[in-house]
Design a protein around this ligand. Structure first.
Ligand code: FAD
Length: 369
């Protein structure tokens, strides 16, 4: 088994696999080491909304990066399908962000200035989704906040990377990374690997490496609980969103209904109270969901940073060690742009200084605000 690579990526969630994919496209020698199965953690728990407009209230900071990533999905869909045969189900119905009061409509004022956004009054919104609650005053229609099936995107990236020559090692836990001459030794449950450059993309578990490598910043888990219900009753092609809760229709007839936000909760099992609260929120949006049959429930840990930006960049002292973690609620959306940015950092290609500064791993609260 080959155990030396130019680049080793630690973590096979959507971020690690996206980086592996974009590096493999450049013919680099690259491996992804995943302690469990590809996409089995936060990535597998996600709803898959590409919410460049629904997720942000302020459109100066992260928005241009998020929007560029959202647009990358357009070309990625065909590219991945052609290369791997994987259809990650880009559902193009867009998203209705509901307003129950004039103040909620006003809170969304900044998005109306952006392209592809339309305000719908209650009757117009109900023309799109007749089963919406009558309690709304209207909804912002975000045409380009489409959604994908996250585990399929992640599998598309990893299979695509493999097809292009990368190696993916599942059930390979990384326990230690140390400098050895001019390269790094990566100690794993499958023996030692070596590489000149290492990317830590282990989601919320990147904390372990932050700590071991002398970095003071941390990633906090924000647990999200979701359910899936079988929808045979109502035609729904748009995602419905309110107050960070959502109903997302999948191609297979399932609705993904989520999600709670439980700060600093490391337990990956859903609770009855959490599930009850997402059902209550969903019924406020579409009362008819109460009769649907629940098929599954789960929880995942969103990797949260102190200022809302991910950590993407090189360790300040350990040259050749990079981090790409902390994408919180938007890792699916941000994966293509992150994959490209890390590729460019590692290969010495030009990278926008604004993003290098905003995502620096050693930034502090005062520097970033
Ligand atoms: P992960 O997917 O957690 O991957 C990290 C991987 O690293 C894991 O597979 C883990 O096993 C591995 N690992 C950890 N330690 C080691 C080690 N020592 N050695 C080897 N491997 C290791 N985002 C969106 O854009 N849109 C959404 O609609 C959306 N909905 C969400 C809903 C929920 C309920 C949740 C929980 C999240 C949602 N997100 C959404 C956020 C998104 O899921 C995350 O931001 C994204 O998955 C983070 O990807 P990641 O690769 O950094 O982390």
């Amino acid at each position: 088994m080959k155990q030396h690579f130019d680049i080793v990526i630690v973590g096979g969630g959507i971020i690690g696999c996206a980086i592996g994919y974009y590096l493999a496209k450049e013919n680099t020698s690259v491996a992804v080491l995943e302690s469990q199965s590809i996409g089995g953690k936060s990535t597998g728990a996600a709803a898959g909304m590409l919410g460049a407009h629904s997720e942000y209230k302020e459109f100066k900071q992260l928005y241009p990066f998020a929007r560029s990533s959202q647009l990358l999905y357009q070309e990625l869909y065909d590219e991945i399908k052609e290369l791997t045969g994987i259809d990650f189900e880009m559902k193009r119905g867009g998203l209705l962000k509901l307003a129950f009061s004039a103040s909620e409509k006003e809170e969304m004022a900044s998005i109306y200035k952006l392209p592809a956004i339309e305000w719908l009054n209650r009757e117009e919104a109900k023309e799109k989704v007749s089963t919406l609650t009558t309690s709304i005053i209207g909804a912002a229609f975000l045409k380009e906040d489409v959604h994908v099936t996250p585990i399929a995107v992640c599998n598309g990236f990893s299979t695509g990377a493999q097809t292009l020559g990368a190696e993916i090692f599942e059930y390979t836990n990384v326990s230690e990374i140390t400098k050895q001459d001019s390269q790094y030794k990566i100690k794993t449950s499958r023996g030692d690997f070596t590489a000149a450059q290492v990317v830590i993309a282990s989601g919320v578990w990147s904390n372990y490496f932050f700590q071991n490598m002398g970095l003071t910043n941390r990633i906090i888990p924000v647990k999200g609980e979701c359910i899936a219900a079988m929808n045979e009753e109502i035609p729904l092609k748009h995602s419905i969103f309110h107050d960070q809760h959502y109903i997302v229709p999948r191609n297979n007839g399932q609705l993904i209904i989520g999600a709670t936000k439980k700060w600093n909760d490391w337990n990956e099992k859903p609770t009855l109270e959490g599930i009850e609260s997402v059902i209550k929120k969903a019924k406020e949006m579409i009362p008819a969901i109460k009769d649907m049959k629940m098929t599954n429930c789960w929880a995942g840990l969103r990797p949260q940073t102190f200022d809302g930006n991910p950590f993407i960049g090189e360790h300040p002292e350990m040259k050749g060690i990079y981090f790409a973690a902390g994408h919180q609620r938007n890792g699916i959306l941000l994966a293509p742009a992150t994959g490209k940015m890390v590729r460019d950092l590692l290969l010495g290609n030009p990278v926008d200084k604004k993003w290098i500064e905003a995502f620096k791993v050693e930034r502090s609260i005062s520097k970033s605000t």
